[in-house]
Design a protein. Structure first.
Length: 226
């Protein structure tokens, strides 16, 4: 009993109360992984480059950007100059896709725009159907389609205008929550190791103080008996 009182007294003397509470939460309470199913997903689009784009600007250098449309969401790339028959963007965009909209979101559209002096002009476009990506990504929780070339055509008559390289990733919200939970647990485990080390040092100091205290009492008792 005396030993427990000394230990508690030492803890209160050397550590603030919130630190003791923190030690209890990290060391005693086990972290619980809450994975709540959340409907919907995120489509990530990687727009790499385009090549063989037909240059229609008679004056000045070539400069292009891309409009990306998915459902009612839209993104625009930076402007990139076309050099050596290749236009590079290397940009990534994310689209929130609620499951309630999946039936309506059948495709994603890319329109390459060329900057001109008076007004910008569409060079060509491409429609990529998302049905397979969304359905398979929903079943597996995650799917990745590595960057691949797609033909760019005129919207009026499907005339070939070059090709564009695009990659896709699709995450369900459930998969994202699971990944965040795994990262949280890894952080807690790492912190727990550090806390264990501090607790061991704390107990070592307590025992040293107790040994000194009992040694002093024993020495004093021996002197009195003499």
């Amino acid at each position: 009993m005396e030993l427990m009182v000394l230990v508690v007294f030492y803890l209160l003397e050397t550590s603030p109360l919130h630190n003791i509470t923190y030690l209890f939460m990290v060391l005693v309470l086990q972290p619980i992984q809450y994975v709540k199913f959340m409907k919907g997903g995120i489509l990530e689009v990687l727009l790499v480059n385009a090549r063989d784009i037909k240059h229609t600007n008679l004056f000045g250098s070539r400069a292009y950007y891309v409009m990306v449309e998915c459902g009612n969401q839209e993104h625009r790339t930076k402007v990139s100059s076309g050099k050596h028959e290749k236009v590079c963007w290397n940009e990534k965009f994310s689209f929130e896709l609620p499951s309630s909209d999946w039936k309506n979101i059948t495709h994603i559209k890319f329109r390459i725009m060329e900057i001109k002096f008076l007004s910008n002009e569409s060079v060509g476009a491409i429609l990529i159907h998302l049905g397979g990506i969304i359905s398979e990504g929903y079943e597996r929780g995650f799917i990745e389609v590595r960057p691949a070339p797609y033909n760019v055509v005129l919207e009026e008559d499907d005339t070939y205008k070059g090709e564009i390289k695009i990659g896709f990733k699709f995450f369900t919200k459930e998969e994202i929550v699971q990944m965040e939970a795994r990262e949280f647990i890894a952080d807690v485990k790492q912190e727990r190791k550090l806390i264990y080390g501090k607790v061991m040092n704390l107990w070592r100091n307590v025992w040293l103080k107790l040994l000194c205290l009992f040694g002093h009492k024993t020495f004093s008792s021996g002197q009195k008996q003499q």
